[in-house]
Ligand binder design. Structure first.
Ligand code: G3P
Length: 221
């Protein structure tokens, strides 16, 4: 399973990439805004610089379009994809988004269909030619639905057909989400920084390491 970092912060990408296990980054307008920038045209240059720095660190960086009509999304897809070969254009799951994904497929532009909340949406995005689809499991859980159940449902459908589209588990909120994504065979998990840095840790690892060090110090003295 590939692991992506869900962030618009380049320092966080550099830190996790230095572990040698990071496969990509997902950004979205909310994450960009959190870093003090927005995705409007007057800060497009800043967004581009951020994306380009990330592209030097990882092989796959999702950059989300902010237009909502096909013509606008198409232009943004053309622009973003011209920045770097590692850019994946993130497109929302709407009818206009499907047209954009289909257009991108025809032009060889990689896409990540975001805001997927149902198996039918996943199916349509795959048929349109999305490189990646992003079901948001945490937000489904928040709404009283079964987020991981949706991933399992999508993986069952994928088992029946020949889709190349990778299933990315988005809106992860806790370490069990990563384990369960692996259990159902999801291709990718995107993980926020605060959750990512918890993953290498275990209390028994810390206790075990301290004991090894204490015992070694006894041998040395
Ligand atoms: O990648 C999607 C993610 O950023 C959404 O997460 O926690 O806002 O639902 P969240």
């Amino acid at each position: 399973m590939k692991l992506f970092l869900d962030t618009a912060n380049v320092d966080q990408v550099a830190e996790i990439a230095s572990w040698g296990i990071l496969d990509g980054v997902t950004t979205n307008p909310s994450l960009v805004a959190k870093e003090g920038k927005d995705s409007s045209s007057n800060s497009l240059q800043a967004f581009k610089e951020t994306v380009l720095k990330m592209c030097e660190l990882v092989p796959c960086v999702s950059a989300q379009v902010t237009e909502t009509e096909f013509e606008g999304m198409k232009k943004q897809a053309d622009e973003y994809s011209s920045w770097h070969k590692h850019v994946v254009v993130k497109v929302p799951m709407t009818v206009e988004g499907l047209k954009t994904i289909s257009y991108c497929k025809g032009k060889g532009i990689k896409t990540n269909c975001t805001l997927v909340f149902s198996a039918n949406q996943a199916l349509l995005a795959a048929k349109a030619g999305a490189t990646i689809i992003s079901p948001f499991i945490g937000r489904l859980d928040d709404a009283g639905q079964d987020g991981m159940g949706l991933i399992a449902e999508i993986m069952t459908i994928w088992d029946n057909y020949d889709f190349d589209t990778e299933v990315l588990v988005a809106s992860t909120r806790n370490p069990r989400h990563i384990v369960e994504a692996g259990e159902v065979g999801a291709h990718i998990c995107t993980i926020p920084y605060g959750l990512f840095i918890k993953l290498p840790k275990h209390q028994l690892t810390d206790i075990g390491l301290k004991k090894f060090q204490d015992d070694w110090n006894k041998v040395k003295s």
